[in-house]
Design a protein around this ligand. Structure first.
Ligand code: SF4
Length: 234
């Protein structure tokens, strides 16, 4: 598996203290991506590991998985390496190690992969497919289709919305979309735009002022709660 970076992180990539693997490669081109070096299929800092090497590393790290922790795969987009990812997830679970992924939710294999995941985190960036395509490079149809199947199945899902000024800072549009479904198995989180990855962009960085106020995030929280949806902050 091609891994860009790895390390431990607490609370933001699933429950407890987790060993987090950033897999190389992404099928999206979010204009605000904080890991632009992960987008392409290769990077000078990415390294290949076998499933057995990663399994062995996770087993050696058991003592670090406190407070319900385990292993998380993120990206880039971890589901692009779905064959190896599925094999590793199954082996981790067989060892009793908690598994999580953070995904852009576009993979046709997502539901299959999710069978071996304890904690599923999915981004949802825009409810309008044309705007999604403008800022991300592809429409949102595949993401919506996956989310709708997950809502119908009732499995747990943690949905993260990165909120960016003048791009997707209208909570009503999100609520109008989500309220058509039974989202009782979902919890929603709103992430304020930041520019931590801006210096790593080699192409022009096109977001001019994406910062949102605390009041904007509060509006999201309030409207989602008013519509019966669960909200969290990690
Ligand atoms: S989905 Fe994530 S990794 Fe891929 S381009 Fe968007 S922000 Fe970057």
């Amino acid at each position: 598996m091609l891994i860009l970076q790895k390390g431990f992180n607490y609370s933001q990539d699933g429950p407890g203290n987790r060993l987090v693997y950033h897999l190389q490669g992404c099928n999206f081109r979010c204009k605000w991506c904080s890991n632009p070096e992960s987008m392409n299929g290769e990077d000078k800092n990415a390294k290949n590991y076998t499933v057995e090497e990663l399994l062995s590393e996770a087993k050696r790290s058991r003592m670090m998985f406190f407070d319900g922790g385990g292993v998380t795969f993120t990206g880039g987009e971890c589901t692009l390496q779905y064959k190896e990812l599925t094999e590793l997830l199954k082996k981790l679970r067989a060892e009793g190690i908690n598994t999580a992924i953070e995904t852009n939710a576009s993979s046709p294999y997502l539901l299959k992969i999710a069978e071996n995941i304890d904690y599923l985190i999915a981004d949802f960036k825009h409810y309008d497919t044309d705007i999604h395509k403008k800022w991300i490079g592809v429409g949102n149809e595949a993401v919506k289709a996956n989310l709708e199947k997950i809502f119908a199945s009732g499995r747990q899902i943690h949905i993260r919305i990165p909120v960016i000024k003048n791009i997707n800072d209208n909570p009503q549009g999100f609520v109008d979309y989500f309220k058509s479904f039974d989202t009782s198995s979902a919890v929603f989180e709103f992430l304020s735009y930041h520019e931590f990855g801006k210096d790593k962009w080699t192409e022009d960085y096109e977001i001019e002022d994406g910062f949102v106020s605390d009041e904007t995030i509060e509006k999201f929280i309030k409207l989602f709660k008013q519509n019966g949806m669960k909200v969290t902050k990690t």
